[in-house]
Design a binder for this molecule. Sequence first.
Ligand code: IVH
Length: 667
Amino acid sequence: METNEAKKRIEELRDILNKANYDYYVMDNPTITDQEFDKYLRELENLENEFPEYDSATSPTKKVGGQVIDRFKKVRHKIPMLSLPDVFDMTEIEDFNTRIIKEDVKPVYVCEYKIDGLSVSLHYEKGHLIFAATRGDGITGEDITHNVKTIKSVPLTINKPIDIEVRGEIYMPKKVLAELNEKRKMDNLPLLQNVRNAAAGSIRQLDSKIAAERKLDTWIYHLPNPEDYGINTHEEALQFMSELGFKVNTKANRVVSGIKEMEAYIKETTEKRATLPYEIDGIVIKVNSLSSQSKLGFTSKYPKWAIAYKFPAEEVLTTLRDIVFTVGRTGRITPNAVLDPVIVMGSTVKRATLHNEDYVLMKDLKIGDVVSIRKAGDVIPEVVEAKLERRNGTEKDFEMITNCPICGSVLEHKKDQVDHYCMNPSCPARKSEALIHFCSRKAMNIDGLGIEIMEDFFNLGFVTQIPDIYHLKAHKKDLIELEGYGNKSVDNLLAAIEDSKSNSLERLLFGLGISGIGDKTALLLVKIFKNVDNLMNASYDDFKNIKDIGPTLAENLYNFFHEPEHLALLKKLKELGVNMNYLGENERHHDLISGKRFVLTGTLSFTDRDALSELLTSYGGATSSSVSKKTDVVIVGENPGSKFEKARELNIEIWDEEKIKSIVDTL
Ligand code: IVH
């Protein structure tokens, strides 16, 4: 193809794809099929590869992710990104309205949903997205362009070749969080508590592939420089941004006059809230006239022309029908509330954990009680309290069990412990939990063998002990016939099982579930012992002499590798082809990091704790959550907790933000 012709076709394809993205993700109205989209996208990718002189940072090919950054750059906001004062009831809203009228401002407002996510500032030059930043502390945010580019509703090129900044909210749709948590449950990872944290966590990834997978979305609601575009009202600003191609919540936003219309909007929205595909945590009320906004001005923290009405946390009443007990991998017994199903914040709640005996006694729960339920952190259901005034005398006292509900063996309850334990190592419940642990992400990482499937396989007798996992291929036909498992998913599962055989030894060691051996200790051990034979031949002292291994762990390890049942298991796994050696890793080295133990406390403005912890680990450092004599360095951010005090008490080296940043900058 001629260069000129290529250029023309590239532009044509970009227009087609930009429009298709807009129709699909902003207008929610697809105009071409996925196949057509993919075809055009591939054609464009090929042309951009062939004619790199026409490549562009804002080409729709850049939406798929892949860019990885090594740290978040700071960005100073030209106009501060302010937050809004919260109000909680109609009286406070009326006070706001009275204040507005007193200032001689017409009480005409725009009511909008308060989207539960994180705010973002998008900057365009000549119509192209040049960078995107988080709010940060309002003055300085972080450059998150690489991740924002992957959000489908964010246009990389807008409909006018102008310079502009717009602001809005990045959010994670409810369904995406539910799917993500489903997957995390299968991987035995802690669930993400709410859409806000999930969205923020996704945006704070260095690798944009992860953000791209998280299917984030946006609503744009603020134009910081309306005067540049001859705009007089907030309503016009919203319309203008929508015409430029941004996703503006036109259906939800409403111009209202006075308190009555505001109240009606709040009532309607409160009723609609649970049915929305995204979370809102309140309603934002903004004075519509921009000249009135200027007249009202700002305090140091807030605009005086807007408020955020926050919904009260939803609590729902239901009946506590029963308290049932489950047994974990370690034998720990958990009481669980069985509830008459109720809908709380859009999803049905039937069960809630009651943690342990003391928790139930503290809340004075009786079976048959009317109880109030809410979602702690918006996701995990929690029993708040029993409604004592609703008791009628038929309620039954809670009684802690004395025997394991599965195998019947007597439970152990040590004096200084809150938890009860089933001590029978062959208890089927413990066994099935142990199998789930073996397959989990940090252990053998067998994708597809999550909690539910494993429970099915266990109950069907396909997998009752670890080696059975590696015999599952013999049941391939049965598996395919099982409800819900297709040919392809069975193939994928069997492939994942085969792949797990070549894992490095630390995964197997962690997966075996030796009491007290977490993934980090497992790695430490295999680095020293290199293979299973050496672990089997190690003495108690060999274990105890390791820096981070105390007498209890040493005893657990020694006993584990001397119990015939475990030795037989390891022999079987070896025969099945499971790798028994430490395969090493591409460990990076840094004199100030490698081999040191870090504790992080407080907030760092240039990165978050998880990302930093990952970085330190990748350089052979270790992180832990509490300060002890073994800690080498405590990294202290803003508003540090008691760990900072403790570090000073113990005379442990302290790095402030500047120091760690200067090291990170050189990595
Ligand atoms: S306007 C100067 N509108 O709520 C006005 N904020 O509590 C700036 N938010 O930081 C904000 N939905 O992250 C505005 N429709 C909406 C909003 C909204 C959610 C967030 C935003 C802001 C926080 C303030």
